[in-house]
Design a protein around this ligand. Structure first.
Ligand code: SF4
Length: 192
């Protein structure tokens, strides 16, 4: 009884490994249906514009369907997660292309996460040019010291951020979280 259970388990593992092997061998596996018949227009290419601000962006892949272009960013990660940075990155690539060429680039982009040989595709809505300009101006103001940075709600980014030593709101958020974790009363956290 025990032996047959082990054989069934081994067979299940082998089927799973074969399935994963087929997925990783096929670079198009899991690709969104709308991109399956697209052609690759650009790969690993730099685009640069001076307007609306100086921006240099390297694209991983640009797919073309008719006159429309779709951006795809490849990420090797420990889990299939995507982050706001991914969307900002793709949006900056879109702005760099549309401001420096007459190409049409879709407001829908894709992040492909690669985890242990398995690739998944995530469809994302990109930021508009105006939203990127607003982000750029905010970044300039933070670097100029005109405004304080606001901490991210999760505090995890602040905990790992290399600017924390010079960023009082980030340092405050981490101190507050450490006080909470230790069970001691902490200072209330104010948003920057
Ligand atoms: S430490 Fe400051 S700069 Fe770094 S993520 Fe936190 S708020 Fe942003």
């Amino acid at each position: 009884m025990m032996a047959s259970a082990i054989l069934v388990l081994i067979a299940a593992v082998l089927v799973l490994l074969q399935y994963r092997g087929r997925r990783s061998a096929d670079p198009g596996a899991g690709m969104p249906r709308e991109l399956r018949n697209a052609t690759i227009a650009y790969s690993e290419k730099l685009f640069e514009t001076m307007t609306p601000f100086h921006l240099v962006a390297r694209v991983d892949r640009v797919y073309r369907i008719g006159n429309m272009h779709y951006l795809l960013e490849l990420k090797t990660r420990v889990r299939h997660s995507i982050y706001p940075n991914d969307i900002i990155e793709l949006s900056a690539q879109r702005l760099a292309i549309t401001a420096s060429t007459d190409l049409q680039v879709s407001g829908t982009g894709y992040v492909a996460t690669q985890v242990d040989g398995e690739r998944r595709f995530h469809r994302v809505n990109l930021l508009s040019g105006d939203q990127l300009v607003a982000l750029y101006q905010r970044r300039r103001a933070i670097l100029d010291g005109t405004i304080e940075p606001a901490c991210n709600d999760g505090y995890a980014l602040c905990a790992k951020c290399s600017y924390r030593a010079e960023c009082e709101p980030g340092a405050r958020a981490v101190r507050h979280r450490l006080h909470q974790a230790s069970g001691r009363p902490g200072h209330s956290r104010s948003q920057g």
